[in-house]
Design a protein around this ligand. Structure first.
Ligand code: FES
Ligand code: FES
Length: 164
């Protein structure tokens, strides 16, 4: 049975008609809204490539039925830069060589943003590795990813303040 839902993605409201309750948030983002920055890796909740923020919480979009989050606010990797300025996490991933092929990177960055917002990304690399353990990287760029999260976390509040 067709369903009408509304999602706010990176500040823009999208009113969507779904053919039934089965489409995932990942497929709606990529195929209906055209935001392909969020990646489909395993499509079964095991790799974290599809991580986005749903109402501020990091979420595997491949495991989330879009119809179950009607009215939610979604943030994807496309929503991070402001006015042409890269987000501190994006800058840090580049500076720290936090990626190789880059396929896992949008999910890594969104997961890191959620981890920092949870207040659980202290200065201990081990805590960051544990907090990011749901995000797999086939290229094994983990040392650079951890370093990027460490370096970016202090600069995010300032970025938000100066790029409203
Ligand atoms: S694509 Fe969603 S966890 Fe792998
Ligand atoms: S950078 Fe290639 S999978 Fe992570």
């Amino acid at each position: 049975m067709p369903l009408s839902i509304s999602l706010t993605v990176n500040g823009d409201r999208h009113d969507l008609s779904l053919e039934d309750a089965r489409p995932t948030l990942l497929d709606v983002l990529r195929d209906r809204i055209g935001l392909t920055g969020t990646k489909k890796g395993c499509d079964r909740g095991q790799c974290g490539a599809c991580t986005v923020l749903v109402d501020g919480r990091r979420t595997n979009s491949c495991l989330t039925l879009a119809a179950s989050i009607d009215g939610a606010e979604i943030t994807t990797i496309e929503g991070l830069s402001r006015g042409g300025n890269l987000h501190p996490l994006q800058e840090a991933f580049i500076a720290c060589d936090g990626f190789q092929c880059g396929y896992c990177t949008p999910g890594q960055i969104m997961s890191a943003l959620g981890l920092i917002a949870e207040g659980d990304a202290g200065s201990d690399p081990e805590r960051i590795r544990e907090g990011m353990s749901g995000n797999l990287c086939r290229c094994a760029a983990y040392p650079g990813i951890t370093q990027a999260v460490l370096e970016a976390r202090e600069r995010i509040a300032e970025f938000e303040r100066t790029n409203p």
